[in-house]
Design a protein around this ligand. Structure first.
Ligand SMILES: Cc1cc2nc3c(=O)[nH]c(=O)nc-3n(C[C@H](O)[C@H](O)[C@H](O)COP(=O)(O)OP(=O)(O)OC[C@H]3O[C@@H](n4cnc5c(N)ncnc54)[C@H](O)[C@@H]3O)c2cc1C
Length: 341
């Protein structure tokens, strides 16, 4: 299917988002002989990084290369993949749609969903798998966002090895969280500095724990990043002090990409840990089933802490759950038809 050729098609499952979670769901569902459409905006979260790590058999591959292989695997079983952006999701307003709006699980099957893309293309789906990921909101320090995924980092398991033994600065968002991050990154380098920045003062216990591992806390607001030869070489503080570093650890706020679901009354909720808002995610059960019948989530949109392998695993789990839900609905329909025969 082609976004330049708008038409209204029907699929058993429409998957919104073709990252690790969405493509794993597509592979599972297509192999279960379901008709599947993946609509993907082509902006996976790790796109700024040159390489992805920690994904068994693919360690060090480029993010685009991993997704390209994933698309080939899913389409081999008949999944369709469309580059585009889903703008809204709603219940169809025609007769079949209204019949299903009572909210029963079986009726949701008849109603299905109308998925509308930014270019006006509309497709129908009996079930939805939402795998839209998150948007990383970064601290508003000039120049910082340009180095995101290169030397401005969030996860030592993704990037720690590559910056091992280098001077690393941790930009504090909150003292407890920053102490945790600094102690964690200390595993990769003995040259860790915590930048107090605009966070409240550290508790004495945290300062003692940090000092015990030779980690210093530098006071003062960070006002800029310094580059040498195009890569990060340090940060500058408001009083002009320069703190050298080759990597800057930040806390990004991971905001669930949930806007298209507002029409279904499905919203993301804030995730708060240690008093810090980490972002938002759409609540679901272990399989990804949400509060709206017929809608599942997988990957970062349902869990901000998931990495590639966990996002892929969530996609498989949700795909299997969607398939079983369709089987239950088809069995209920067959029984009902038997009763009226
Ligand atoms: C800089 C960086 C580096 C990382 N490095 C690693 C690493 O080395 N190893 C690791 O395991 N993890 C890494 N991660 C984490 C990893 O990127 C995520 O865990 C993973 O991308 C989550 O997969 P996902 O499928 O949930 O979402 P994503 O990969 O973000 O995919 C979501 C997809 O949905 C699409 N989409 C969103 N909204 C819509 C819409 N309305 N319509 C259509 N499509 C839409 C997006 O365009 C995107 O293609 C890194 C993260 C960052 C930020």
């Amino acid at each position: 299917m082609n976004e330049e050729n708008p038409r209204e098609d029907r699929y058993e499952v429409v998957i919104i988002g073709g990252g690790a979670a969405g493509l794993s769901g597509a592979l599972t569902l297509a192999r279960a002989r379901r008709s599947v459409l993946v609509v993907d905006g082509g902006r996976p979260r790790n796109a700024p990084a040159a390489h992805a790590h920690g994904l068994l058999t693919r360690d060090g591959a480029a993010p685009a290369e991993i997704l390209s292989a994933g698309r080939a695997e899913a389409t081999r079983y008949g999944a369709e993949i469309l580059r585009g952006t889903v703008r809204t999701v709603s219940r169809p307003t025609d007769q079949a749609g209204q019949a299903g709006q009572a909210g029963q699980a079986g009726q949701a099957d008849e109603a299905g969903f109308l998925v509308t893309l930014a270019n006006g293309t509309a497709v129908r789906a009996r079930r939805l798998l939402v795998a839209t990921g998150v948007t990383d909101e970064l601290p508003g320090i000039p120049g910082l966002a340009d180095r995101w995924g290169r030397e401005v980092l969030h996860c030592p398991y993704c990037h720690g090895w590559e910056v091992r033994d280098q001077p690393i600065a941790v930009l504090a968002a909150h003292p407890t969280l920053a102490a945790h991050q600094a102690l964690l990154w200390r595993q990769w380098s003995s040259r860790i500095t915590v930048l107090n920045h605009t966070a409240p003062a550290f508790e004495e216990t945290d300062l003692r724990r940090l000092a015990a591992r030779d980690i210093t806390v530098t006071r003062g607001e960070v006002t800029g990043v310094e580059l040498t030869g195009g890569t990060l070489s340090g940060v500058t503080l408001a009083d002009g002090t320069r703190v050298p570093c080759r990597a800057l650890v930040v806390t990004s706020r991971c905001v669930a990409r949930a806007e298209p679901l507002a029409g279904l009354g499905l919203y993301a909720e804030e995730v708060v840990r240690d008093g810090v808002v980490l972002g938002s995610e759409i609540p679901s059960d272990f399989t990804g089933r949400t509060a709206v019948p017929g809608v599942w989530v997988a990957g970062n949109v349902g869990s901000v802490t998931e990495q590639l392998v966990a996002a892929a695993s969530a996609g498989v789990r949700a795909g299997a759950a969607v398939n079983m839900d369709l089987i239950e609905a088809e069995t209920a329909r067959a029984l009902a038809e038997e009763g009226t025969a």
